[in-house]
Write a protein that binds this ligand. Structure first.
Ligand SMILES: [Zn+2]
Length: 131
């Protein structure tokens, strides 16, 4: 079984925990790290919309507090129960580019089990970096 298929049920579980009273657009993410951790994230909305946190950044920032550093996130799997496959937003692409290798995989599944896989470089070519 591919790692995406292994992480998919965890991403679905994370989506069930999303806090989305405003958009009803629940997203779950499951990520892996070089330290061997598997970490879940869900989107967390707020009445002040701009402070809403995406599932992917929620998982990555949790990985950071667990010790992950740039390059340590090895894979991201996203689940959204929609008909179309959702791709990560621009903010998440920038954070992924800081904490993942440019060739690391990001896979997004929809509610029909369909998926798309990109590398980080494909999601955000020529990303901004200070390192
Ligand atoms: Zn995002």
């Amino acid at each position: 079984m591919s790692t995406e298929q292994t992480l998919l049920p965890l991403a679905k579980q994370a989506a069930e925990r999303a806090y989305t009273p405003y958009s009803k657009f629940s997203v779950g993410a499951a990520i892996t790290t070089k330290q061997g951790d598997t970490i879940l994230g869900c989107n967390v909305e707020n009445a002040a919309y701009p402070v809403t946190l995406c599932a992917e950044r929620n998982a990555i920032t949790t990985a950071v507090v667990n010790g992950a550093r740039p390059g340590d996130i090895t894979e991201v799997v996203i689940f959204v129960d929609t008909d179309e496959v959702a791709s990560p937003c621009g903010a998440c692409r920038q954070v992924m580019s800081e904490f993942m290798s440019q060739q690391a995989k990001v896979t997004s599944f929809n509610g029909k089990g369909q998926s798309k896989t990109w590398t980080v470089a494909e999601l955000l070519p020529d990303s901004f970096t200070l390192l």
